[in-house]
Design a protein. Structure first.
Length: 359
């Protein structure tokens, strides 16, 4: 059996003192100390006897858990016999600490000529005090150990939750980026034979766009201006494939400082182009600040015909909104007269800044 070394013991003492003196433990200690002090005051008839109660309670709070924490950890290894030895040694050390306190009080009583000492006046009271010291020390040690384990568990849970959110975000990017690249390359490929110079320009534009996409991996959010720049580049590439395509952007100045997930607009624009009637009018992107909420709307010509089987673009938008804003974010798409309206809203987007991803 390996006993704790001096360095560990010193650290354990500091840790026990810190945990024992937390605000929620001190009131119970005060009540116990005052009660014991009143018993001593009545037994001794001296005001000095009352002081023994709070001193004994504080002594118990700080020192009684030590042998149990040092020798009987929450998950002690070893055989049953070794665990029994640990318990016996801890009880012996606790007994020594108890009688050190009582010995000091006896000496104090002798010096001050107090006529009676309630705690050790009778064998029954002495046995009760000793048992309370040992059982209270063991219980407090377990309380501290379980509380620290809970703190570690909660910290681990928060860390795992953050890692899971980051993994979900990376998986979402893995879905989105190839999907976007495939469609952008198709747009450029349609232009290569008819207008190589324009195709070359669009390849440069695509390279710039992909570089911006890769930069977004550093954070789950970026500024609205950055998102609009990505959207303009994407529209420029799509125009090569769909010459009749027109997209207008109406962005309120007060919405400019909003943070949004990268490539939020791209699948909305792609859906509008692929399933809308772009020859009948322009796609309109409108971004507003409504109180403390952000509202982003994409209206495309052509009646809404419901979700399409196998489509992934709008599902990507929904998942990105959920990851960025949680319950405060919402994505809806549906009919708007003879047009289709996709709407992303984020509550309190201008009063609370969502936590950014850490490296």
């Amino acid at each position: 059996m390996q006993l704790p070394d001096v360095t560990d013991l010193s650290s354990l003492v500091r840790d026990t003192v810190r945990e024992a003196t937390r605000s929620w433990r001190l009131p119970a200690t005060l009540v116990l100390g005052v009660s014991l002090g009143l018993l001593e005051l009545r037994a001794t008839g001296r005001t000095a006897g009352f002081a023994f109660g709070p001193v004994a309670a504080l002594y118990t709070l700080l020192l009684a858990p030590l042998p149990w924490r040092a020798l009987v950890p929450l998950e002690a290894d070893g055989q049953r016999g070794e665990k029994l030895v640990r318990w016996c040694i801890a009880a012996a050390v606790g007994t020594g600490l108890f009688y050190a306190l009582i010995g000091a009080y006896r000496a104090f009583a002798a010096v001050t000529d107090m006529r009676s000492i309630y705690t050790l006046g009778h064998a029954r009271e002495s046995l009760t005090a000793w048992l309370l010291f040992l059982i209270g020390g063991w219980g407090l040690a377990r309380d501290i150990q379980l509380e620290q384990r809970l703190d570690l568990t909660l910290g681990s849970h928060q860390r795992i939750s953050a890692e899971l959110a980051a993994a979900r975000l990376d998986a979402l990017r893995a879905d989105l980026d190839p999907h976007f690249l495939f469609n952008a390359l198709n747009a450029i490929a349609s232009q290569c034979a008819s207008d190589p110079a324009a195709a070359e320009d669009n390849i440069v534009r695509l390279a710039t766009l992909l570089r911006a996409v890769l930069d977004t991996r550093r954070s789950p959010l970026h500024t609205l201006d950055e998102e609009l720049a990505l959207a303009h580049d994407y529209v420029g590439i799509l125009t090569a494939r769909y010459p009749v395509l027109r997209v207008t952007f109406d962005v309120a100045p007060e919405a400019a400082r909003a943070l949004v997930p990268p490539l939020l607009l791209q699948p909305l624009l792609e859906n509008a182009v692929r399933h809308g009637r772009i020859e009948h009018g322009a796609i309109r992107v409108e971004i507003r600040r409504e109180g403390d909420d952000l509202a982003l709307r994409v209206r495309s010509p052509g009646a809404f015909r419901g979700p399409r089987e196998g489509g992934m673009g709008l599902d990507l938008v929904r998942r990105r909104v959920e990851l960025a804003w949680g319950a405060a974010g919402r994505f809806e798409i549906g009919p708007d007269g003879d047009a289709t309206l996709g709407c992303v809203t984020a509550r309190n987007a201008f009063t609370e800044r969502p936590p950014e991803e850490t490296a």
